[in-house]
Design a protein around this ligand. Sequence first.
Ligand code: FMN
Length: 217
Amino acid sequence: MQSEAQRFFSEEEQQVLEDILLHRRDIRGNHFKSDLISGDNITKILQAGLSTPSAGFSQPWEFVMIHDVETKKAIKASFLEENETAKSLFLDDKQQQYTSLKLEGITKSPLNIAVFYTSKEEPVLGRTSMPDMGKCSVVCAIQNMWLMARSLNIGVEWVSILDPEKIKTILNVPKDNQLIGYLCFGYTDKFYNKPELEIKKWDYKKLKYEVVIQEKY
Ligand SMILES: Cc1cc2nc3c(=O)[nH]c(=O)nc-3n(C[C@H](O)[C@H](O)[C@H](O)COP(=O)(O)O)c2cc1C
């Protein structure tokens, strides 16, 4: 039997991947443009999600594609409510800074995708000791989609200041599904070269020596 040819990557291709990784950004609402994303590009983004590794090949994900303006408005209402609570948790200068940030692009972006974890009753290979590996797999899918979108020059924002139960009600989600990521997709007028929250001095970029431990803590 003839074996399938293996794919190896050239240095130029490796460089492209590195560029995509380094230039991936979270695009906030003030930078989304209303231009629609083509069906071909949506297919590529979904294909990236479906090609993701998952514990035990469980593929525990479902993707809700949201274009409808009324649905987006209902989701945004949850954001506004949650964001009010969030503001009150930060104090003084930090609260002022928090208030100045635009932390969602739900109604401005042409396409929202809500990504859910679908649980299983029966044991899943690779998830018997660490059950959270199912949800981690869904996070991997989101990252794949984010990178694919970036390669298409499409911006992504991950919005997590939402009440997951309200989102489930709005989208008629089955009871056992869990919201992992609510994503806004759209073209943008601005891909920052660094995280916006770094540029705006919300936090600093951790250095390698702070987070890499050799052998043992
Ligand atoms: C799990 C997760 C949740 C996030 N939630 C939000 C959010 O609710 N609002 C927001 O503006 N950005 C959100 N972000 C984006 C981060 O703020 C952003 O990734 C970080 O500041 C680094 O910037 P960069 O993605 O542009 O490199 C989220 C990112 C992740 C990974």
